[in-house]
Structures are given as C-alpha cells and as structure tokens.
Design a protein around this ligand. Sequence first.
Ligand SMILES: [Fe+2]
Ligand SMILES: [Fe+2]
Length: 266
Amino acid sequence: MAMTRRRFLATTGALGVAGCARTKELIGKGDDGAFSVATVGDTHVLDLRSTSIVQRAVSRINADERVVLTVAVGDMATDGKLQELTLTKRAFDRLGGEFYAIPGNHDVDMTSQDIYGNYRKVFGEADWRTNYGDWTFIGLDSCEGAAPDVSIRPDRIEWLQKQLDHVKPGRPIGLFTHHPFNPNTKAYRVQNADETLALFADHNLKFVASGHFHGNQVEERDGVLFTTTACCSSTRGNHDGTEARGFRLFHIDGESIETEFVEVPL
Ligand SMILES: [Fe+2]
Ligand SMILES: [Fe+2]
C-alpha cells in the first residue's frame, strides 16, 4: 500500500510537571491511520568510523515512507562522552521523520558530577511523551547510573504516573526503555518491571520496545508486545551469539501492531 510520509507539525508545550519532561503534539495523521515506528538501539559509537552503520540504518529508514517516528533506545555511545554522543546524533540528524532518544547505561558519563550532562546537551531530556494520531508514545529513562541490572527509579515511577494521568484510558500507548521488560528475556529484565507495568492497569499499553540485550526477542503477554533488538553497532556484538545487526520496525494500523527486524550490513 502506497503511503506518503506524514510530516509532523510539532508544538512544544509545558506539561506542568516537575523535572525533566517535554511533550509534543504531533499533528498530521494520514488518511488511513496506518504508520510505522522505528527503533535503533545499542549503536555504541566510539568514533566517526563507527557511525557508518548508523548512517546505513538511517538511509534504510528514510527509504521507508511508512516510518514517521524513530526512537534511539539507548547505548548510542560507549562511555557517555560528548564526542561519542555528538557523532551519533549527527548520524541521526539525517532522518526525515521525527526523532527521539532515551539514554542507556553507556550514555551516562560516570566521570562527571552530572552524569546526564553530556546526554542532555546532545539529545535533550531523558524522558518524554508525545502523541501521534490516536497513539501516545512515552520514553522512560531506565538507567541507574551505568548499572547493567536496574530497577526503575522511584522518581521515574512518579514521573511515569504523572504522564499517565494525562493519557485517556483507552488510548493505545507505546513505551520505550533501554533495559528490557520482556517477561522471558534471557537477561537484564528490569527488576521492578511488573510494578512499573502495573501503573498501566487502567491504560491501553500495547508495546514496550527495549534495547540493552543485544539480540532479537519478541513475546506477548496479556496483550502487550515486548521486544529487544540486535545491536546496530560495529564496535559490539550481540549477546545471544547471532551475527545480524539492524533495527526494528513497528507497523501500526489502528491498534494492531506487527514488528519486523531489518538487517543492516556491517
Ligand atoms: Fe548495549
Ligand atoms: Fe545497555
């Protein structure tokens, strides 16, 4: 089915909640209501050379007119250095559609007093909420410093609850986190994942898209789709021993979702 890329007319408004929050109302829904979202994760950029695979992913996404929104699901950098983050952002700047990011445990600078300082300078706030068509998308910072195994911090639980207070109960929601929520992930499940998911009890959570576990894992529980994806990196391998690098697409039509892994050559 031929579809034109829906351009976003974005207006930034205050959420009226404390701390780091930004919200955009994205206007410009297509006639048929179908659109796609891309997630690119674990690029682990170290230098200019290691942005090549990100550039190739961006070209593939730009060639797919269905994609209206791309989310970088963390570990863009190697050690949260300003140069690493800036190089990665420049690669993503070529995207034709809307772009958001959430931090991973390699995007914080543990040598700095403000470990998010570099990240914010390059990617903006660590958490966000945005609307597209009938959907709401939420990016949630799942980091506890540079720890590989984490719980969602109490201040982030509070932030998430405040976001959900602004979302009508029936509205479909896509959640993006770095650390996985997949109930049967082979590793790194967020330790308070179930407590966090319980916040959505009166809402219509449809999927949780994560990174951190470098490998493709897709499962569904109670009508919610959970994913992790192979890394999109030339500096790291996958945790499950698979070779393919790439990104993930979520094809959304009404409230139905299909997900697809797109391989990107090294
Ligand atoms: Fe990673
Ligand atoms: Fe990670």
